[in-house]
Design a protein around this ligand. Sequence first.
Ligand SMILES: [Ca+2]
Ligand SMILES: [Ca+2]
Ligand SMILES: [Ca+2]
Length: 305
Amino acid sequence: MRSAPAALDKVRLGSSAIATFHTRCGNHLYVIGTTGIGFALYLPSDWIFHDQNVTFTQWARSDSSNTPWTLMFIQKNEIRTGGSGGVRRVWGTITSGVWNTFVVRIKNHNTEGIFEVWVNGVYGGRLTGDISPDGPAIRWSAGQYATYWRSNEPTGNNPLVTYMDHFRIATTREEADPNGWGTPAGALRIQAEVMSKTGYETNSFEGATCARATSGAVGNVRTTFARSSGTYAVSVRFMDENDGRATFTLRVNGTVVGSWTADADDHTWKTRTFIGVSIASGAEIRVEGARAGGEHARVDYIEVR
Ligand SMILES: [Ca+2]
Ligand SMILES: [Ca+2]
Ligand SMILES: [Ca+2]
């Protein structure tokens, strides 16, 4: 049985956005003068990754439905762009069964254009120069679009189901980033389930998608810090189960920031915060844990602000 994931939040326009937009034909947004476009994508856990492109969102000039278009698509487990606009690149990788978050920055210009992408909070890089679509504003379309299937039989699941949520247009990346929704302004929240894992696996528990330790050996979830170097507060949301006492350790580039044991045993999600943490751009942020009794050392997310 296939069940829809819980929606993350409602569609809303960032409070600082200078963009103006309206909807047309159900799924087109017109975006003027934006710097950040944010959205989230969910693939069902039984998604079959394959080598045909599955376009799920695209951008073009607002004043014409003609080309050029920039298409964003899934191919294998990669997020790529392509299409007649010439914005071609692999931007990152995703997994099924979790919400994957995106921020896309588009600056239209024939010679000084910018197109850059963050996938799950990780910077995927930048293309510059002649960035299409050109025109007075950007038309943003969401939903599956047949490109490969014009001339080929579709492969993968049948039906092929994708979910999108958390659409936002904003003037800063932080505000556009779905990871920041519901978090303090400027905070960066990275979900454990989309981090790299060793000895951990994605799990759903007590209302949260999280990562849990797979054994009594110490494992970890980890991510690369994509913001500028500085001093930050770091919070870890973890589950304190009632049938075990796991110990968690937060490390930045290998150095221990702090360690704690989930020994309240009241079976609730809790947040542990460390302040004054020096983090260099590009540093690895890691949370370690291991199963202890019936407690799986579950981590929901980390938040940096
Ligand atoms: Ca416990
Ligand atoms: Ca348990
Ligand atoms: Ca989570």
